[in-house]
Design a protein around this ligand. Sequence first.
Ligand code: PEP
Length: 250
Amino acid sequence: MRTPIIAGNWKMFKTIVEAKEFAQNAKAGNTSTGVQKVICAPFTALPALSAELAGTDIALGAQNMHFEEQGAFTGEISPSMLKEIGVSYVIIGHSERRQYFNETDETVNKKVVAALKADLVPIVCVGESLEQREAGETSDIVRTQTEAAFSGLTPAQVAGSIIAYEPIWAIGTGRSSTAEDANETIAIIRSVIAEKFGQETAQQVRIQYGGSVKPENIASYMAQPDIDGALVGGASLVADSYLQLVNGAS
Ligand code: PEP
């Protein structure tokens, strides 16, 4: 049995004050068990959230990091800097970073390797654009991205990672994939993991769906056999809505 995981991706939203308010509301209403809860906040809000959420089962994630441990990389944050402030997850290769910040399959792989080395759980994003989907390239795209992201890793490292299948056309658009279509692509991703790392690893690795997930549609995704939770942007920004997503996954 794979424990479902609901990860909020706040993107470039929330000041420290706003993040603290979210944490206080989330703590007050956090009753469900059996679901792993993660909030991926902007770097500046992470220390305050770490203090506010100490002693709860809501874990902290970052939205990016550099793959080097230290050095002359102005503006970057290293894996150990994240560990130091209580972060345990890190989103890697989100389509917005691939699109706007030149993230490539190669840098995604380097970051996944560095995250695991630092004992951070990578949430590795893969997914096709609308053009690619319409050209029938979805399975090729997710195969290429998945193989590249986990290149050189051991089965145990892959099993301990999280994959988020996020079709780009569904992110922040209100146009979500059907649960059946999402499950079909996630099953392809799982089969790629099975081919490369063995069936046992494929059955262990958790694969989330992401793209316009809301409290109203979370149950339909969770009802699918291969979907192990969600990576959620917009609907994770309000504590009540985030907790409804968690309830919907439990
Ligand atoms: C995301 O940011 O990864 C995402 C899926 O966003 P949204 O839920 O807003 O579509």
